[in-house]
Design a protein around this ligand. Structure first.
Ligand SMILES: NC(=O)c1ccc[n+]([C@@H]2O[C@H](COP(=O)([O-])OP(=O)(O)OC[C@H]3O[C@@H](n4cnc5c(N)ncnc54)[C@H](OP(=O)(O)O)[C@@H]3O)[C@@H](O)[C@H]2O)c1
Length: 312
């Protein structure tokens, strides 16, 4: 029986993925910062599917919390409470509307939550993975400034880790919320590709995959937006409108199932280095943005991210 570690597996797309995995007999490690909700989901999955569900406290915006979570998970494996991980799904994330905010270590909240936390988590959990394990990074079509998804939210800027971590500090004009989100997802795609290259060079058979779940309404992603916007987003209208103008649309159920497929389905065993997109009920390997394939930029992003997490 496989074991999958998932961040943010108790809500939205992650919850649908957890349900799919549990339905296929996969044991889960739910990692997140909402213990009550995680407990409810763990109980639901155990009762319905008879699988084992462990829980790990994790706030991806805090490097201290990431270190503690990784340590907890590795100790559970050493004690034989859970098996080595067949997949690590980096799914948690958000957009942070309202004034700029900073993580406990002083990094801009979007970049810390969506990028640095998962970057460090992957580094610390790679030794806890099974030989043919898979790391899946939930990115977003918004990472591509040339796509309608990207244009709508605010085109991603250069994937410069130091600038992004310090965005809006010392009186500098901050990026818009949308640009911060889109750029964090560009960095996510580039982490996935760079990790795939590094693992391949090391002769590792662990896969690293980037994933775009498509635009999915009804999840918690818009939680910081005004109530009226949240209400509109919970109806079917935005999905239909977005589809009409060329945005990549999907549903939480399908995108969660597709994420589960990427994590454990043998059809995606050779998916390393790929970018997969859920769109209208179909999961396909597609091209990501042009800049995301820039290996030099990815190496710099990786190096700078290492420095940022090392100094935290
Ligand atoms: N919905 C879309 O249209 C869409 C499109 C493309 C990509 N995505 C990506 O898909 C992923 C899932 O999003 P969703 O739409 O399913 O939204 P969601 O329902 O809000 O799920 C996000 C999850 O991330 C968790 N999370 C947020 N900040 C965290 C932190 N600091 N530490 C630990 N966990 C944290 C949340 O936990 P709490 O419950 O504790 O807040 C929640 O479980 C995200 O990475 C998102 O960027 C979504």
């Amino acid at each position: 029986m496989a074991t999958v570690f998932i961040t943010g597996g108790h809500s939205g797309i992650g919850l649908e993925c957890s349900r799919q995995l549990a339905g296929r007999g996969v044991n889960l490690v739910l990692a997140g910062r909402s213990p009550d909700r995680m407990r409810e989901v763990a109980e639901e999955l155990r009762a319905r599917n008879g699988v084992e569900v462990a829980m790990v406290a994790l706030d991806t915006s805090s490097m201290a919390s990431v270190r503690e979570a990784a340590q907890t998970c590795r100790a559970m494996i050493e004690r034989g409470e859970i098996a080595p991980l067949d997949a690590l799904i980096c799914n948690a994330g958000g957009r942070f509307d309202g004034p700029e905010s900073y993580s406990p270590e002083g990094y801009e909240m979007t970049f810390a939550t969506n990028c640095l936390g998962h970057f460090l988590l992957v580094e610390l959990l790679l030794p806890a993975m099974a030989a043919d394990g898979r790391v899946i990074f939930t990115a977003s079509g918004t990472h591509d400034a040339d796509s309608m998804d990207g244009r709508l939210i605010g085109a991603a800027v250069a994937p410069n880790a130091v600038a992004l971590a310090n965005d809006g500090k010392n009186g500098a004009k901050p990026l818009s919320v949308g640009k911060r989100y889109a750029t964090s997802k560009l960095c996510t795609v580039m982490y996935a590709y760079e990790l795939a290259r590094r693992l391949e060079r090391e002769g590792s058979s662990i896969a690293s995959i980037a994933y775009d779940p498509g635009s999915v309404t009804g999840t918690g992603l818009v939680r910081d937006m005004p109530a009226a916007v949240r209400w509109v987003m919970s109806t079917s209208l935005p999905n239909r409108l977005m589809k009409l103008i060329g945005v990549t649309t999907s549903t939480a159920t399908f995108s969660g199932a597709a994420l589960a497929d990427l994590a454990v389905d043998p059809r995606y065993a050779d998916g390393t280095g790929g970018y997969f997109q859920a769109k209208e009920g179909k999961l396909s390997k597609v091209a990501s943005s042009k800049v995301s394939y820039d290996e030099q930029l990815a190496q710099t992003l990786w190096h700078d991210s290492e420095q940022l997490v090392d100094h935290s």
